[in-house]
Design a protein around this ligand. Structure first.
Ligand code: ADP
Length: 455
């Protein structure tokens, strides 16, 4: 029996040594492997899990292969690393790093030629050519296990790329892998290579798209920020410069009026910055919802009183039934949603008018609405309101400062509570925003009781 790796010419003239001794009887094991692999590929496309799925598919369906490993090449660091292994102690395996050319693994990767080691001595000799660190890691990964009696090393190649190496071992019988099986095994390895490369390209594409989108949003954000901040800043600068002019003496009333404008413009700037910070918190997945029993009519009254102070041209009406139920929701976050909707109702009804905050009770949810008599929203814009940075520019005929982030933030908050948010509008007539909050929190009864007791 040969104790050296079989070269391609050996394989072409395979003698008795290459006769299969341990494989599944009959011809259909090949069919089983391909069939199983097709099933894996049909459902599994994720680069993180695909290598192990493919390897286990070969080992499950082909009796001769009892253990194996899949090493993938990472072009960013130039190493071959174990990405999947079966039949090894895996504690040390993740640390194995092989340079192309090192040992049979690296050689097969570099030359693109499969190698068949039909006897244990050949396998052991092949491992001996690894660096000391890798020899120790391999020894640790196979400690206590029966040594491989024979092994096959297959390059994972696609027409465009060297992807890695597949190793299959049999620990029972030397010669379990047949030279006659090699063309089929190489075809299998090619399929694995294609699948892995495909998954890798898909992942790269997704990352590139995400980066492109992030860059686009960042650029958009910067230009929106610059543009939106300029309006209040120009006004602050103008009025403060005027107040500081020595040569002009403004009456106390005028001074107060200017200071009032500066104060309001500072609020606008503060809101812009607040929206941006909130939006980045949401993007980072850091939004925390801390539900507690909440009396919505009280909250609505509070927000409306604050707003009435700042918007003397508008009238506010709160319409909640006296027995409006208590909901489980995060008071600060729901307040943020209400403030946002009321803020918009005021901003986009420049001639004043009535703003109604209404609460209605449905089967399993409450519906809160904020209705204004403002400029309204055209039907084609209604569905886009909750997109980040979306702003309708034309309706008012003058620029209203805003980030285009208020409604997307409101939507995230409402949906994090398990609710929905939407708008209905008639252009020139007014807009009503609705949002729902589920009625049945997990511990409704306890929450209700707590508040009833408080009353
Ligand atoms: P911002 O108000 O800062 O622009 P929002 O996300 O709160 O951002 O709103 C997005 C857009 O939706 C606004 O620019 C405005 O065009 C439109 N909009 C929101 N609320 C109303 C409303 N009550 N009436 C008319 N248009 C509105």
């Amino acid at each position: 029996m040969a104790d050296h790796p079989l070269t391609p010419s050996d394989l072409a003239t395979a003698g008795p040594v290459a006769l299969a001794q341990g494989r599944v009887p009959g011809q259909d094991w090949r069919f089983s492997v391909v069939f199983e692999m097709a099933r894996v590929l049909a459902r599994q496309q994720d680069l993180e899990t695909l290598p192990l799925e493919l390897l286990s598919c070969v080992i499950r369906t082909w009796e001769a292969a009892e253990a194996g490993a899949l090493l993938l090449y990472d072009p960013s660091d130039g190493w071959l690393a174990v990405r999947a292994a079966l039949g090894y102690d895996l504690a040390g395996a993740p640390h194995i790093r092989l340079a192309p050319g090192e040992g049979p693994y690296g050689r097969v990767f570099q030359t693109g030629q499969a190698e068949l080691y039909p006897a244990p001595e050949a396998v052991a000799a092949a491992r001996a050519s690894l660096t000391l660190a890798n020899r120790e890691l391999f020894a640790a990964a196979t400690a206590g296990l029966r040594p491989a009696q024979c092994a096959v090393f297959l390059p994972l190649l696609t027409p465009e790329a060297r992807v890695g190496v597949l190793i299959l071992e049999n620990r029972q019988r030397p010669g379990s892998f047949a030279a006659a099986d090699m063309p089929f095994l190489q075809a299998l390895a090619d399929l694995i290579a294609l699948a892995v490369e495909n998954a890798r390209l898909r992942k790269e594409l997704q990352a590139a798209r995400a980066l492109e989108e992030a860059n686009r949003l960042e650029a958009e954000l910067t230009s929106i920020l610059a543009h939106e901040m300029r309006t209040p800043l120009t006004s602050i600068k103008g009025y403060s410069t005027a107040l500081l002019m020595d040569e002009v003496a403004f009456s106390p009333e005028t001074q107060r009026e200017f200071l009032q404008i500066i104060d309001e413009e500072c609020d606008t700037l503060q809101e812009l910055i607040h929206d941006l910070l909130e939006s980045s918190i949401i993007d980072a997945g850091l939004l925390r919802i801390e539900p507690q029993p909440l009396r919505l009519p009280h909250l609505a009254q509070k927000v409306s009183d604050d707003m009435a102070h700042r918007a003397p041209q508008h009238r506010f009406l709160i319409d909640f039934s006296p027995d409006f139920p208590i909901v489980d929701a995060d008071p600060n976050r729901v307040e943020q949603v209400l403030r946002n909707l009321l803020d918009n109702a005021v901003k986009y009804s420049p001639d004043g008018g009535l703003i109604v905050i209404r609460g209605e009770v449905g089967q399993d949810e409450v519906v809160i609405s904020v209705a204004d008599q403002g400029v309204g929203i055209a039907p084609e814009h209604l569905n886009r309101l909750f997109e980040k940075f979306f702003r309708v520019t034309s309706a008012l005929g003058r620029h209203v400062v805003g980030s285009g982030l208020g409604l997307p933030i409101a939507r995230t908050i409402v949906e994090s509570h398990g609710g929905r948010i939407w708008a209905e509008s008639q252009l020139g007539q007014g807009t009503t925003f609705y949002f729902t909050l589920p009625l049945k929190g997990p511990d409704r009864t306890a929450a209700d009781k707590e508040l009833q007791d408080e009353r």
